[in-house]
Write a protein that binds this ligand. Structure first.
Ligand code: NAD
Length: 249
């Protein structure tokens, strides 16, 4: 239980879902953890919440500075805040594209830019980005979201190359369908009322959704010294959604 003993971590979007499970797991493993979120009021001790909008550079710079000062340094950055979008290229207008790319892609750029000097100073910095199987899967009705996560994947690889000689590792996780409030919102918006949680789970290879704790476990591994030789990788946490073909071709 001591993988993160003495380490200081920052989790964006850590007030809900995957980010919350990750922040709680890192804290349980001995890290000091700060959470950056639009809605930090629900964040409870031992986590410390800071209000930040990752689509606003000044807000990110202020919150990262406050969080790093509170932690007394930074070893781990989890870029997890993200928003969804449904539809084909005909369904989302330019404003929606700008909004989603601003949060999902530029949000990572802004937070990383503010955190990098501290991660370098740590001597063993680790960044984990929450990407998605949408980055590579060709999912229907997800043009904008998939493009944003495709950018997160490429950004992860480029950042890994840029900072490897500075002792900063950069990896991402590619979750499948994860049981968080996000999926509840998706189901609420589904055009077919029969498309409920049970139907969604039944279509997964495992017959169930991925849990937020399972994604948190993968993120924690990539953030921890246990993965010290791993950088520039994407770890699927999708219950076999991408890798398995259950029916013969
Ligand atoms: P969630 O909605 O439960 O949590 C997202 C958190 O991010 C919330 O606390 C929200 O307040 C915060 N947030 C949103 N916009 C923000 C902003 N501009 N600035 C700061 N914080 C902001 O969602 P989740 O399912 O836990 O998703 C987390 C990440 O996982 C996202 O990047 C998402 O794309 C990715 N993901 C989710 C799934 C899934 O099925 N749930 C699958 C693949 C990838």
């Amino acid at each position: 239980m001591t993988d993160f003993e003495g380490l200081k971590a920052l989790v964006t979007g850590g007030a809900s879902g995957i980010g919350r499970a990750t922040a709680e797991l890192l804290a349980a493993r001995g890290a000091q953890v700060a959470v950056l979120d639009l809605n930090p009021d629900s964040v409870e001790k031992p986590l410390t919440g800071y209000r930040a909008d990752v689509s606003d550079d000044a807000s990110v710079r202020e919150a990262v500075a406050a969080a790093v000062a509170g932690l007394g340094g930074l070893d781990v950055l989890i870029n997890n805040a993200g928003i969804g979008a449904q539809g084909t290229v005909e369904d989302n207008d330019d404003a929606q594209w700008h909004t989603v790319l601003d949060v999902n892609v530029l949000g990572i750029v802004r937070t990383t830019r503010a955190a990098l000097p501290h991660l370098r100073a740590s001597g063993h910095g680790a960044i984990v980005n929450t990407c998605s199987i949408a980055a590579t899967a060709g999912l229907p009705q997800r043009a904008l979201y998939s493009a944003s996560k495709g950018a997160v994947l490429s950004l992860t690889l480029a950042m890994a190359a840029d900072h490897v000689r500075e002792g900063v590792r950069v990896n991402c996780v590619n979750p499948g369908t994860v049981d968080t409030p996000w999926v509840g919102r998706l189901l609420d918006a589904a055009p077919d009322p029969a498309d409920d949680g049970a139907a969604l789970a039944a279509r997964r290879p495992t017959g169930r959704l991925v849990s937020a704790d399972e994604v948190a476990g993968a993120i924690a591994y990539l953030a921890s010294p246990l993965s010290g030789a791993t950088t520039g990788t994407a770890l699927a946490v999708d219950g076999g959604m991408q890798g398995l073909r259950l029916r013969p071709a």
